[in-house]
Design a protein. Structure first.
Length: 150
């Protein structure tokens, strides 16, 4: 877990200005974690992101095996005629900008296909920390090659 947080911090701090033209997109904003709910609820919080892919990252308070978590599941649609590789990162911060938790997902999407990331983008947190989440940062890398092989 510490490696995942450190890697995310390094990527966010160093790569934003350096790789803006290589299929990277960053979205930030404020968020308030409420009671436990599901993505299927009427208006789930979603961050839309992507150029080659059209994506939505859903961020919500959930329960998984009786544990409170922040769920950051995503749906992506490949809008190209080629296979697309992607990695997305989600960082959650408190009102002071301190990292509370993070996760990531990586996948390859065949041409004109949809992919749903379910269950593997969970951020387990102590229950009191969930209420401290005030900001999000979502980073997406898209490429025609596996991310990290370029």
């Amino acid at each position: 877990m510490m490696l995942r947080i450190s890697l995310l911090s390094l990527i966010l701090a160093v790569s934003c200005p350096l790789y803006a033209d290589t299929g990277m997109e960053v979205k930030t904003g404020t968020i308030k974690m409420g009671d436990v709910h599901k993505k299927e609820d009427k208006n789930p919080f979603a961050v839309e992101i992507g150029k080659k892919v059209q994506g939505k990252v859903f961020i919500y308070h959930d329960k998984n095996s009786d544990k409170h978590v922040i769920n950051a599941n995503a749906e992506f649609k490949n809008t190209t005629k080629d296979k697309v590789y992607l990695v997305y990162y989600v960082a959650l911060k408190d009102s002071k900008g301190q990292l509370v938790g993070s996760t990531f997902g990586d996948m390859q999407i065949p041409a004109d296909k949809n992919i749903h990331e379910f269950g593997s983008a969970l951020i387990p947190l102590p229950t009191p920390q969930i209420a401290n989440v005030a900001n999000y940062e979502v980073v997406l890398y898209e490429s025609d090659k596996p991310i990290g092989s370029e």
